[in-house]
Design a protein around this ligand. Structure first.
Ligand code: ZN
Length: 502
């Protein structure tokens, strides 16, 4: 009824000469903004145009439903509540099947789904747990916080507990924020960050045990490959590993171990391009100096030039050292280093964390991790755009870590409207019940991109994930060939209805 009235009004208007002019000018604004947005100038083949029509119809059906039922509209909801709805969504099934190119912002310890860790690693006889200062730690050996006496076999505890499902659920709650109440843990940024960083501590020792580290990394590749991701740039530390004989493995040996895991995976999955590492340490680790960290990075990148490609400092920016504390060292190593800084992952405006963005740009960061607060800096975001420095946008991370509740209000909406280059990534999916990067793509398409954005938008960000990677030009060429073949199959499946009817 409403639609008919609208058509009637348009027809009435159209018979009036002045109103036709008004409608033309109105449409011109819409067209100009569409062209200016991410993907707006992407050329679509006939096949892509057909796929776009199908996808946009499905998307607009969901948007229309959301206007009538905002309380169950997944793109406007918190991921913990929206996930079952997203899983049922036709658009999500399409995005899951879509080849997504690279994931360029991912932290190792949180890269794998918590469910797999619980169902696999904690069922191994070496898996132990201890409690220190009111917190639990998973481990395979005694360490600084947990003496031999304080260690408990997880297998034994599971048997004593009687109900393994309940026990496993409790165990998983130590490494997955979804089990925390949205009313208590998720109330503010600092509170949720304490729990979030504790999860890194809880699992750290566990992943220093070489057999667990290898199984974990192999699983990481599997989960991302199954999610149609073919290349990963991993933020990692190369902490010393150990094995059951007590032998320990230094950072360069850990780099070899990771290389072996990746090579084995590539042999079994020839389409997988590989992994490169952005050597990343916590911003508090160096007591205000980054010299030793940069030396280690330099040694690693000299020994493994094709693996270790960049440097970053990580951890909550609001309360830890800002980049300008390390300026002397960062300047000294600037010529020989590639920086990929986290910067502006904050709600602040003019705070140290916010101003990290200025240092990231001046220090020639190749990409910016998050760049959440960049939109507040008109000089800087224009510089970022003209210098083609992509922002690594991680929608679910920003939501779970309390920067934004409704992702339709995420600053990336502005970046998309202005075509500031972005890639979509997932940050720490295992710690919030996500898997791979498809859920982040769902929010990017449904919450961040405009209503009309479809295949053009997706094509732009998928190919930008190759363009802005640290791959060599030859590697990018062979990656593009593999991606194009997968992209064509994806379009065929989408057009034939195979994906939306799954
Ligand atoms: Zn991060």
């Amino acid at each position: 009824m409403f639609r008919n009235s609208l058509i009637f009004l348009i027809i009435c208007s159209a018979v009036n000469g002045a109103s036709i002019d008004y409608l033309n000018r109105r449409q011109a604004v819409i067209d100009a903004e569409k062209k200016q947005a991410t993907g707006g100038r992407v050329f679509l083949t006939a096949k892509e145009s057909k796929a776009d029509e199908i996808l946009v119809v499905l998307k607009n059906q969901a948007v229309a439903d959301g206007i009538l039922n905002p309380d169950s509209y997944a793109p406007g909801m918190h991921f913990f509540e929206a996930k079952p709805l997203i899983d049922q969504s036709k658009v999500f099934r399409i995005l899951k099947a879509m080849p997504k190119g690279s994931v360029l912002h991912l932290h190792t310890a949180a890269a794998v789904s918590s469910e797999w860790i619980i169902k696999n690693l904690t069922y191994r006889p070496e898996a132990k747990i201890c409690k220190a200062d009111g917190r639990f730690y998973l481990t395979a050996r005694a360490f600084k916080l947990c003496s031999e006496d304080s260690l408990n076999s997880i297998q034994a505890l599971r048997t004593e507990n009687g109900t393994s499902a309940l026990f496993d659920r409790w165990l998983e709650s130590l490494i997955n924020l979804k089990y925390n109440s949205l009313d208590t843990i998720h109330v503010d940024i600092n509170t949720v960050w304490v729990e979030f960083e504790q999860m890194f501590s809880t699992i750290k020792e566990f992943l220093l045990y070489k057999p667990f580290f290898e199984a974990f990394c192999s699983r990481m590749l599997q989960e991302f490959f199954e999610d149609n991701v073919f290349y990963i740039e991993l933020r990692t530390t190369f902490s010393k590993l150990y094995d059951s004989s007590g032998k320990s493995y230094e950072d360069f040996e850990v780099a070899k171990i990771l290389t072996n895991v990746v090579d084995t995976f590539k042999e079994a999955h020839p389409e997988f391009i590989g992994v490169k590492v952005i050597y990343s340490k916590h911003r508090e680790t160096g007591n205000g100096t980054a010299y030793d960290l940069l030396m280690t990075y330099t040694n690693l990148t000299t020994q493994f030039p094709n693996l270790v490609v960049g440097f970053d400092l990580v951890g909550q920016e609001d309360i830890n050292f800002p980049l300008n504390v390390f300026l002397k060292d960062l300047h000294e190593f600037q010529k020989s280093s590639l920086y990929f800084f986290h910067a502006g992952e904050t709600n602040g405006y003019g705070s140290d964390a916010d101003l990290n963005l200025i240092d990231a740009v001046l220090l020639n960061s190749r990409r910016i991790g998050h760049g959440y607060s960049l939109y507040k800096h008109p000089v800087l975001w224009r510089a970022v755009k003209s210098k083609s420095i992509p922002l690594e946008v991680c929608p679910i991370s920003n939501q779970v870590l309390r920067l934004v509740n409704d992702l339709r209000n995420h600053p990336a909406v502005f970046y998309v409207s202005e075509s500031v280059p972005i890639v979509i990534s997932c940050d720490d999916p295992g710690f919030w019940d996500s898997k791979g990067v498809s859920y982040d793509f769902y929010y990017a398409l449904m919450s961040i991109a405009p209503k009309t954005a479809g295949i053009g938008f997706l094509k732009q960000i998928v190919w930008d994930s190759v363009k802005y990677s640290a791959l060599t030009s030859n590697e990018r060429t062979s990656f593009s060939r593999i991606l194009q073949a997968r992209w064509d199959v994806f379009l065929d499946d989408l057009i034939s209805g195979n994906l939306s009817s799954l």
